[in-house]
Design a protein around this ligand. Structure first.
Ligand code: ZN
Ligand code: ZN
Ligand code: ZN
Length: 411
């Protein structure tokens, strides 16, 4: 699976090298990938965000650590009580305000190559007042009426900003940045492809393991190890839902001992050193399928295929959801499909767009999201099939390629 495309193999090797550098070189993965990071975090992104900020009627974005900051600057900052904040005015120079003790990390990160001034603040200074002052300076002393604060900014920080910028309206920066982040660049799509290849390989390992007599959480720990040793820098989640536990979509992997005749939902994901997420679900049966399961699974697979096939530029997110839901409802399982069909993915494992009834937004080339219908019969079993897909110029590309048919594990 991994070896059939030499360029992909090479990219994976690059990732592995980066991981090794991250582990042994004492610095983080993204900062050790100059070529790839330059592509992933292009310098024009800040300017495009400024245009979008002005168009939204905001004077600035205040972006604290999280996916938005990494998206804009490449800086994978630590989310701490000490303030780190990108002050991005709608026009004029951007400033990255960081604790002085973290300034070296910030300057070394891709942010240090974007021409942003990186200002350190000392332990006795007020970084909120400092940021507010930089913002007013950048805007030429004009009045500040409204700012966008990062969706993941801590409430404690947002409230301090409210004090330092009295009378200034705060809005969610996500309303501006979603327009950029939803439209993945070719480099981002490649990063998602690489992430998918790593997690696909983990699922192919799982298929070779014996399950009977093992606890869900023991298997879960092995999966977490495989997610890391495959080239990820973080395990995002591992769901092992065996037997009746599979009927709880976000089951907490626990002490239940796996038996022959169980169906098991494996939903797993990680983050690559570049920061991009993977997310895949497959449902396997152990030894033999429980009563009625194969028929239900066939419906689910048809639904997942129908939903993927519905993806093309211009189709609405809710129509992609409906394509899966109609198949499941027509087969009589509608009341057992209890969640939306999917979610966007990128630097976050769940981001916009959401593939859900009521979301009339049109899918565009570059949108990346999951297609993950499920059917859950309480007290009996559940099943989900999940792939990450990308809308292309004329259709869809699936990023995950693990067998979607009903796979029976040996035991
Ligand atoms: Zn989920
Ligand atoms: Zn998932
Ligand atoms: Zn998902």
């Amino acid at each position: 699976m991994l070896g059939d495309d030499p360029s992909r193999t090479l990219r994976l090797r690059t990732l592995a090298t980066a991981l090794a550098a991250a582990m042994f070189g004492g610095s983080r993965g993204a900062d050790t990938l100059p070529g790839m990071t330059a592509e992933l975090f292009p310098p024009d992104r800040l300017a495009r965000a400024q245009v979008a900020t002005a168009a939204a009627g905001l004077d600035a974005l205040l972006v604290t650590p999280g996916a938005d900051l990494r998206y804009l600057t490449g800086y994978d900052a630590l989310p701490l009580e000490r303030l780190t904040c990108l002050v991005l005015p709608a026009s004029g120079p951007a400033t990255l305000v960081v604790p002085t003790l973290e300034r070296p990390r910030a300057v070394e990160s891709p942010a240090g190559r974007l021409g942003i001034e990186v200002i350190g603040w000392g332990e006795t200074e007020d970084p909120f007042a400092l940021s507010a002052g930089r913002l007013r300076d950048a805007l030429g002393g004009g009045t500040v009426a409204a700012v966008g604060v990062a969706d993941r900014m801590w409430a404690a920080h947002a409230l301090r900003f409210a004090d330092s910028l009295p009378g200034v309206r705060q809005r969610a920066a996500g309303t501006v940045l979603r327009e950029l982040r939803m439209r993945k660049t070719p480099a981002e799509i490649q990063a998602l492809r690489d992430a998918a290849a790593i997690i696909d390989a983990v699922h192919e390992q799982i298929q070779t393991w014996s399950m009977v007599g093992r606890r869900e959480d023991e298997v879960g720990r092995d999966i977490a190890d495989a997610i890391l040793s495959g080239g990820n820098s973080a395990v995002n989640f591992v769901i092992v839902g065996s037997g009746p536990n599979g009927a709880s979509p976000h089951h907490d992997t626990g002490p239940r001992v796996i038996e022959a005749g169980d169906a098991i939902v494996f939903d797993i994901g990680g983050t690559t050193p570049e920061g991009y997420c993977s997310d895949i679900t497959r449902t396997y049966v152990v030894g033999h399928a429980p009563e009625g399961f194969a028929q239900m699974y066939a419906v689910l697979q048809a639904a997942q295929d129908a939903s993927c096939a519905a993806v093309e530029p211009g189709v609405s997110c809710e129509d992609v959801d409906r394509a899966a839901r109609d198949v499941i409802t027509d087969a009589g399982f509608g009341e057992y499909f209890i969640h939306r069909t999917g979610h966007g993915i990128g630097l976050e494992e769940h981001e916009e767009p959401y593939i859900v009834a009521g979301n009339a937004e049109a899918v565009e080339p570059g949108f990346a999201f999951s297609i993950e219908p499920g059917i859950y019969l309480p007290g009996r079993y559940g099943a989900r099939i999940e792939d990450i897909v990308v809308c292309t110029e004329d259709g869809v590309e699936r990023l995950n390629h693990v067998d979607r048919g009903l796979v029976t594990l040996a035991g």
